[in-house]
Design a protein around this ligand. Structure first.
Ligand SMILES: [Zn+2]
Length: 151
């Protein structure tokens, strides 16, 4: 399995941990990207997280990896996905209206997102996700979290 699959899947794990710690105020991802073993995700959030909250994000990530939880993906119409899962399937910039069938990434009780990329079958396959940097941009009200995958 390529490192990119692990690094990409880790985006969903980190995003889920951010929302677990900071709540639904942090539900909108504004950007996400990977480069080899490095990943970065940014979410809207209205205030600077405390150091304790930031530390908790790493703790939650570690917990979810240790669980080796099964990752599910399924395909359904966009309408059905919206009815069943709500706007949680979207990021800050919704899918073009022309896309009427979506593939859903689903890690139960953690993260659900319309995503067509390849994923690991379980969280444990990712290996260690080490958060290397967090930065809160007051002007944009955006929290950025960077991480490395360690094999
Ligand atoms: Zn994905």
């Amino acid at each position: 399995m390529s490192i990119e699959v692990k690094t990409h899947t880790a985006l969903h794990i980190v995003k889920g941990a951010i929302v677990k710690v900071l709540g639904a105020d942090a539900k909108w991802s504004t950007s996400a990207g990977i480069d080899g073993a490095h990943g970065r995700i940014a979410v809207e959030y209205p205030r600077k997280p405390t150091p304790e909250q930031l530390a908790q994000i790493q703790t939650k990530v570690d917990m979810k990896i240790a669980e080796d939880a099964a990752i599910e993906t399924y395909t359904m119409t966009r309408k059905e996905a919206e009815q069943r899962l709500g706007d949680w399937i979207y990021d800050k910039f919704p899918l073009p209206e022309t896309i009427q069938t979506v593939t859903i990434f689903h890690l139960p009780d953690w993260n659900v997102n319309a995503c067509i990329k390849k994923h690991t079958k379980t969280t444990g396959e990712i290996g260690k996700i080490r958060i290397t940097k967090t930065r809160y941009r007051n002007s944009k009200q955006v929290l950025e979290v960077s991480y490395d995958i360690e094999e």
